[in-house]
Design a protein around this ligand. Structure first.
Ligand code: BV8
Length: 242
């Protein structure tokens, strides 16, 4: 029965994660901020217009989040570790698409990751589009390694109004997968919010795992309510050992 969640029934899994998978590691979700950051709407801070209007506020927004990400006590949680175990032991292909800009999936050992909204530990030159990794804070005074000029660097992050990365590859994965998980995302940010329906239209079984029901819950074949760090370890073990 296709709806039996055991690995024998599936060849290609796509997993979409959102801020909820990192919540138990101590990183606030988008909704925890009620969409606000220091009294600014996040869509305003995380946008090209916001960067144009007040670059130092945007540099500060990301420098603070990068600092938090790099603090020694910030670690992947049992949810991240369970997904890495799934990828390692599943007999078929696993692709993880994350809306998150943290590196906790990598730290947990996940290999095949698409960061559709970019990465906090990367910056990009506005002139050459060259991407550099960084663990330091940076701002308009920081010279980029390619042009050696100020006011050239921006966070390598997809802002509201910008096109997410790797959309062609994601579309291909969604059309080829037979099992789709949406984990820790409110489904309020597009186009990620459409991925579950696209996978379903292409014949995949779709499963949502989230602390709270979402507007998209009725569209999933299964919706499991609970914290990712608690649900995923037994779920993955049952799936792999079935
Ligand atoms: C684009 C980087 C065109 C920044 C981010 C319709 C169609 C297309 C576009 C739009 C559309 N309507 C509106 C738009 C525009 C816009 C959009 O979606 N706006 C929203 C506000 C309505 N979208 C865009 O601009 C996107 N670009 O559309 O280009 C296009 C379209 C298609 C194809 C080509 C081109 C670009 C959006 C990217 C914005 N950048 N991130 C940064 O992080 O600083 S999005 C940002 O929001 C983060 O990535 C974050 O992940 C995301 C918020 O979503 P969630 O991850 O879901 O987080 P949230 O807090 O909302 O929810 C957390 C959930 O976890 C909750 O449900 C909670 O219950 C649950 N949870 C909490 N704890 C746990 C848990 N679950 C399990 N366990 C727990 N412990």
């Amino acid at each position: 029965m296709k709806h039996d969640l055991n690995q024998k029934n599936f060849q290609h899994i796509v997993i979409l994660t959102g801020a909820g998978i990192s919540a138990e590691s101590g990183i606030k979700t988008f909704r925890d901020h009620n969409g606000l950051w220091e009294n600014h709407r996040i869509e305003d801070v995380a946008s090209p217009e916001g960067f144009e209007r007040d670059p130092s506020m945007v540099y500060n927004f990301y420098n603070k989040r990068r600092e938090q990400l790099l603090s020694p006590d910030l670690k992947p949680n049992f949810g991240h570790l369970a997904l890495a175990k799934l990828e390692k032991n599943f007999h078929g292909k696993t692709t993880l698409v994350t809306q998150n800009v943290d590196n906790l999936h990598e730290s947990a050992g996940q290999q095949n990751i698409i960061h559709m909204h970019g990465e906090l530990l990367k910056m990009r030159c506005l002139t050459t589009n060259e991407v550099f990794t960084t663990e330091q804070s940076f701002d308009g005074q920081t010279l980029c390694a390619c042009c050696q000029r100020p006011n050239q660097l921006r966070p390598h992050i997809v802002w509201f109004g910008e096109v997410p990365f790797s959309m062609d590859r994601i579309q291909l994965e969604l059309s080829n997968c037979d099992l789709f998980f949406s984990i820790g995302t409110s489904g309020q940010v597009y186009p990620a919010a459409m991925f579950g329906q696209i996978a379903k239209q292409n014949g995949a079984l779709t499963v949502e795992i989230n602390k709270d029901p979402t507007e998209n819950s009725p569209f999933f074949d299964k919706s499991i309510i609970g914290k990712a760090g608690e649900i995923l370890p037994p779920f993955v073990d049952n799936f792999l050992n079935s």
